[in-house]
Design a binder for this molecule. Structure first.
Ligand code: MOS
Length: 754
């Protein structure tokens, strides 16, 4: 896993290679700052003369606001502004227009309409947080309410044009009907997944301050430079006049790769009042204007021949959007690239309800789609009398089923083998309800396959070698807790050929080069490539100086004959001949040398290879036969995700995804009151996510995988794949324990008894 692979000669000359710093299990460089409280999150900022904002949320899900007691709110001591649709200063772009690639309609007091419960309907700004909260309470809104359309199954369905952020809603390969007709057996099942809310530990927050024409905002964000552009567009200001700082995020999961209405209102208030304004969402406000994972209804149909090979795979998903905006969980896409089949068809329908618009939430589409796919695969294996792992091996895809293209790399077979061995899968009884533990709990084993794309976006970076041999690198990366500050620094140090202890890593601010989005599990690959290339560019310039300088021991060496490591340039075939960076810079009379790099995938690679991380997840559950209570007693995942930059952090990401899988399978679900349309469990007491007691034993194995195509670093990604596979594995284990097949997530105790 940590052996050095040679770097191909890149645009910068190829003196450096990955492997001195990358591959080490470094501890998070921001860890001490975080646990000692010195890390400054957005809401920790307290500029002078700070004002506090609280917004009032709609308590109806559909209709309009007919009255707000603004006079009472304004009269409250300390309140300095009450912003409503009647007096909200103009924005340069209407909130119902979309800005940028990931743009959605948002809610920024554009009118008196209410389109979901929890929508902001007024903003109160005051000298203290308490006064703002009391002012918001005094507004005592009255409404003209219409019956909320909240029952998903009662609403009409329509053909979705696109899913997710503009993906095609339908895709077919081969002749589905012919494949089904040729099948010896057809397995058809329906699955249900709920609405889930990101619930990052750090709620969305902003501190906005205008300094003349300049705007400074502290707000957690996963796509810092791109979102600076979006913020600037709403205020019709030059991007360079806007500074967005986001050094730390307490989780993002997709909901912080965007601009939301409440942030715009705070910026407007700060401008109108000429003072900085802060807003931090309350936990219940996280269930409204800041997106969520939309619910799905999924139908899967498998055609199978007598040997248990797929003749057809059909995945029809219905996904919930809001009444006013299209973001449909692209669940069907999860079936496109995993199992070999001569015919497949995926399509999506939309359903509109009176809720906030769904959006990207960790493994958007893949999580819900994989839950259904891995469940139906398990059901089919049982019908065929096959071990679920054997069944998956019979349907192993040697090339991408969606395109026929070769995979850039695919060590899924090794994942199956290593995961099964570690878990002790062999000898699992095929029939359910065969195993009990010493305490009499029903025990079951299930498995699922994990798959997630390995995308690259676009990033740029700058690297500066200093006269003393230390270096600084700059890119506006986002560390939402996944460890970017550490793993990206390791890559950057290798790009510069220095030890990471000599590296200053600047990120998290929009005045740095664009690092793209921390999302799609592509940040390490994308921003990492930019950083590596920037370092390599600086080193190439240094090598140029040395090899042309008669005073250098490297004088006359060909460019390709020189390698860089530990702050020295050396002859590749005689490392004793070389010199330190400091010496080269000193002789040249330079204070520094600067390099630039980009991270982007070549068109040719993108089109000719299918690029995915893979994995296999094995679950053991214990079910109380009387109470139906489910405990996941063991989870083992084996994942192949290309080169692992930091095994400790990758382990943490993979386990985090698997733990999210526990939540998806057994806990997470937003429940809306059908009478009011309000979420009734909009807090962490009622909206359950796994806690330590729910997670007794989780293991993540990383399987060696060299990928010469995915990017020059060989890096895929580990941020999201852990959820996929895991949900199905747990559901399958619950069935194996109890003999009860639950096709509605999350699985409730009452589903298993009675
Ligand atoms: Mo994301 S859903 O932040 O990749």
């Amino acid at each position: 896993m940590s052996d050095v692979i040679p770097m191909p000669v890149g645009p910068a000359g190829g003196h450096v290679r990955l492997g001195s710093n990358a591959g080490q299990s470094m501890t998070r460089r921001d860890g001490i700052a975080k646990v000692t409280g010195t890390a400054t999150y957005a809401a920790d900022n307290r500029p002078d003369r700070l004002l506090h904002a609280v917004y009032a949320s709609a308590s109806i899900a559909r209709g309009r606001v007919t009255f707000l007691d603004t006079a009472a709110a304004e009269a409250h001591p300390g309140v300095v502004m009450v912003m409503t649709p009647a007096n909200r200063p103009p924005l340069a772009i209407h909130p119902d227009e979309k800005v940028g690639m990931f743009g959605q309609k948002i809610e920024a007091l554009q009118d008196d309409g209410v389109r979901y419960a929890g929508q902001p309907i007024a903003l109160v700004v005051a000298e203290t947080l308490e006064a703002a909260a009391e002012g918001a309470r005094l507004l005592a809104p009255r409404y003209e309410a219409l019956p909320p359309r909240i029952d998903i199954d009662a609403q009409p369905r329509f053909e979705a044009e696109t899913v997710g952020f503009g993906f095609p809603a339908a895709h077919a390969v081969g002749d589905l009907e012919a494949g089904l007709a040729a099948a010896a057996r057809v397995v058809e099942r329906d699955y249900v997944t709920p609405a889930q809310y990101h619930n990052a530990l750090e709620p969305h927050a902003i501190v906005a301050e205008w300094q003349g024409d300049r705007l400074i905002i502290d707000t957690p964000n996963q796509a810092i430079v791109m979102m600076r552009g979006v913020f600037a567009a709403y205020f019709d200001m030059p991007e360079e006049n806007l500074l967005l700082r986001s050094p730390y995020l307490g989780g993002g999961f997709g909901s912080k790769a965007a601009v939301w209405g409440p942030q715009l209102l705070v910026i407007l208030a700060a401008k109108a009042l000429g003072r900085p304004v802060k807003l931090a969402l309350r936990r219940d406000q996280m269930f409204g204007p800041v997106s969520h994972r939309g619910a799905t209804r999924q139908k899967l149909r498998l055609g199978l021949d007598a040997e248990g090979r797929l003749t057809a795979l059909e995945h029809r998903a219905a996904a919930v959007g809001s009444s006013f905006e299209n973001f449909f969980e692209p669940a069907g896409r999860a079936s496109e690239n995993l199992y070999a089949t001569p015919a497949m068809a995926m399509s999506h329908e939309g359903i509109r309800i009176d809720t906030g618009t769904p959006g990207a939430m960790r493994a958007p589409g893949e999580a819900s789609g994989s839950a259904a796919l891995e469940s139906v695969m398990d059901e089919a294996a049982f019908e065929l009398g096959l071990d679920p792992l054997e069944f998956r091996l019979r349907n192993y895809a040697e090339t991408d089923p969606a395109t026929g293209n070769p995979f850039s790399s695919k060590a899924l077979r090794e994942c199956y083998a290593q995961g099964a061995a570690r878990f002790g899968w062999a000898g699992r009884p095929l029939q359910p309800r065969q195993m009990r533990d010493a305490a009499g709990l029903l025990t079951g084993w299930g498995m699922g396959t994990a798959i997630f794309p390995a995308p690259m976006f676009q990033a740029t970076a700058r690297a500066v070698l200093r006269a003393d041999g230390s270096a600084v690198v700059e890119t506006a990366a986002a560390d939402m807790g996944q460890g970017a500050w550490t793993s990206l620094a390791q890559i950057a140090a290798d790009g510069l050929g220095i030890d990471v202890s000599r590296l200053e890593f600047r990120s998290g601010s929009s005045d740095l080069p664009d690092a793209g989005v921390a999302g799609g599990s592509g940040h390490t690959a994308t921003a990492g490539s930019a950083l590596f290339n920037a370092g390599a560019d600086a080193v190439a310039k240094l090598a140029e100086l040395a090899t042309k300088d008669p005073a250098s021991p490297l004088f006359g060496a060909g460019n390709a004959a020189v390698v860089a490591r530990d702050g020295r340039l050396m002859l590749a075939d005689d490392e004793s001949r070389g010199e330190a960076y400091e010496d080269i810079l000193a002789r040249a009379g330079l204070d520094l040398i600067e390099g630039h790099g980009k991270g982007v995938r070549g068109e040719a690679e993108a089109q000719s290879r299918a690029m995915f991380s893979h994995g296999a997840v094995f679950a053991e559950v214990k079910v109380d036969p009387d109470l139906g209570q489910v405990r996941v007693s063991r989870l083992v995942g084996a994942f192949a995700a290309g080169r692992i930059i930091n095994p400790k952090l990758a382990d943490s990401q993979l386990k985090g995804g698997m733990i999210w899988g526990i939540g998806f399978a057994l806990q997470e679900e937003a429940i809306h009151d059908p009478r009011t349309g309000r979420p009734v469990n909009a807090d962490l007491a009622g909206y359950h996510v796994p806690v330590n007691a729910d997670v007794p034993h989780v293991e993540a194995i990383t399987v060696h995988e060299d990928d010469p195509f995915v990017n020059t670093l060989g890096v895929k990604g580990v941020g999201e794949i852990g959820i996929t596979g895991t949900v199905g594995a747990i559901a399958n284990a619950v069935w194996h324990a109890t003999g009860v097949r639950v096709r509605r997530f999350p699985i409730h105790p009452e589903d298993l008894i009675g």
